[in-house]
Design a protein around this ligand. Structure first.
Ligand code: MZP
Length: 501
């Protein structure tokens, strides 16, 4: 047997040291854009994300609602593979055909309703309308509805509110013909433009009216209108039925695929990736994994993987290490695979992005993963907590929880991800069925997480992920250093008040 001299480590055993923060190094200037598929030296990746987060290929995480919301926020979901091919392809289709267009309702909407309510209550009359929400997002608070001219007078329930909302809009008007209202709304959401779309009678966009205080957007909005495109979505596949599943997903419009396996260092996986790359002459993008070391990374790189996913046994719902004694500390795995990726790039001129999958507990773990060399990070537990995950929200005492179960649990029975034999067996469980604390809307939580990531990057003197990877200085921590790092030797006011009452 071969023995590694050093123990494998996980994220919580590391801290980042600050580098010099220059005056331009402020969160507004941080760019989180990241490549997700292989590219040659001197070229750019044909696919990238605006934020380095993807949601896990799991029944309890990545359905179409999550995929739509996360893509709108700049990330990506991989629709879960442990379902019939047709059902998965339908989900992909619905994400690709998603348009944030609005129809008006004759129901009694009030400013307290969200746009989601509008969408749920309407779709009947076909009248065109623009819903205005406080943050411009579909989940924001509904401030008003602007209806088309032919909409009967007096039936707009929030007319006054609309007028109030319109007041701060000014002469900053950009005209652009040809876009539909729903395309305009997609665009506004995607680029967080604080503006109001005005449409003509054929529901084509006439103007974007910007608020007087429009300063935050440096790009020319007209240029953003050439760039407009559909939401991106990924999908998981397996090594068993890929001959049928891949064509269906490609036909449905999936932008990227990922072979979903708990252990990607296998001949089945090599064959799957190679076959797909050859059949579609490299045009279908497919990642592989999961791996935890140099050799396995190089093996999948040679197969043609567009990205490689890293991590075995670190997922919050995973009991693979207990059941089989297989795995590696997530930090060590990422560090070693990132080194192999860089070595492969030096040798071949081909850069293969890597994704750190599982084990993210605190937001700062995401920055650690990126600093250690990951190009993006996959999360399950994190996303399972939000409204957009496909599971039930259940009351638990005074709080709410959401269901979250592993793909290797008896509930998911994802035999294709775990079992080596032919046939549909899950001989023993490698995952648990659990609950996670309910945390509300994805966007609210994500905004906070991204704010923390950007702030940490500024401490490290890095404005981009490649800069962070190059500059970051990481130190191992002792258990006592860890204790020193949280509130200590004080009585927390919250706890004291609870005890006094
Ligand atoms: P986490 O973000 O909840 O810590 O981990 C999510 C990751 O755990 C998934 O992306 C996947 O790689 C892995 N996973 C999913 N199901 C299981 C299981 O049942 C599992 N063991 O380990």
């Amino acid at each position: 047997a071969y023995f590694y001299d050093e123990p494998s480590r996980t994220f919580s055993e590391y801290l980042l040291l600050p580098n010099l923060t220059t005056k331009d190094c402020v969160p507004e200037n941080v760019n989180l854009k990241t490549p997700i598929v292989r590219f040659k030296r001197g070229e750019t990746s044909p696919l990238h994300l605006n934020i380095p987060l993807v949601s896990a290929i799991m029944q309890a995480v990545s359905g179409e609602r999550m995929a739509i919301e996360l893509a709108r926020c700049g990330g990506l979901s991989f629709i879960y593979a442990s379902q019939p091919i047709e059902a998965q392809a339908e989900m992909v289709k619905r994400v690709k055909s998603y348009k944030a267009g609005f129809v008006v309702s004759d129901s009694n909407l009030t400013p307290e309703h969200t746009l989601a309510d509008v969408l749920a209550l309407t779709a009947k009359t076909g009248h065109s309308t623009i819903a205005i929400t406080d943050d411009g997002s579909p989940n924001g608070k509904l401030l008003g509805i602007v209806t088309s001219r032919d909409y009967r007078k007096g039936r707009t329930p929030v007319e006054t509110k609309v007028k109030e909302f319109m007041t701060p809009f000014s002469e900053m008007v950009y005209g652009k013909d040809g876009l539909t209202l729903s395309e305009a709304n997609d665009l506004i959401w995607e680029h967080k433009l604080n503006c109001l779309p005005i449409i003509d009678e054929e529901q084509r966009l006439k103007y974007l009216v910007f608020r007087k205080d429009y300063t935050a957007h440096k790009e020319n909005p007209l240029e953003l209108l050439d760039q407009h495109k559909r939401l991106m979505v990924g999908a998981g596949i397996n090594t068993r039925d890929y001959h049928d599943r891949v064509p269906a997903l490609v036909e449905a419009g999936a932008d990227i695929l990922c072979v979903d396996s708990s252990d990607g260092y296998s001949e089945w996986q090599f064959e799957t990736i190679k076959t797909i790359k050859e059949k579609y002459r490299g045009e279908v993008k497919v990642g592989g994994g999961n791996v935890v070391d140099r050799e396995a990374f190089l093996y999948l790189a040679e197969a043609g993987a567009d990205f490689v996913k890293v991590g075995i046994g670190g997922g919050s719902i995973c009991i693979t290490r207990e059941q089989k004694g297989i795995g590696r500390g997530q930090a060590t795995a990422v560090i070693e695979v990132a080194k192999a990726r860089d070595e492969y790039f030096d040798r071949t001129g081909i850069y293969i992005p890597i994704c750190s999958d599982g084990g993210i507990v605190h937001d700062y773990h995401i920055v650690l993963a990126l600093a250690m060399g990951a190009d993006f990070v996959m999360l399950g537990r994190y996303f399972a907590r939000f409204d957009e995950s496909p599971t039930r929200k259940i009351r638990h005492g005074m709080n709410y929880v959401k269901e979250y179960w592993g793909e290797g649990s008896n509930r998911a029975r994802n035999w294709a991800r775990y079992d080596h034999r032919d046939g549909e067996h899950l001989t023993f469980e490698e995952g648990v069925d659990s609950y996670v604390p309910y945390a509300g809307k994805l966007k609210d939580n994500l905004d906070l997480t991204l704010a923390k990531i950007k702030s940490t990057m500024c401490n490290c003197g890095a404005l981009t992920i490649p800069e962070l990877q190059k500059k970051a200085r990481l130190t191992l921590v002792s258990p006592l250093t860890l204790r020193e790092g949280s509130a200590h030797d004080v009585i927390l006011r919250k706890e004291a008040e609870h005890d006094f009452s």
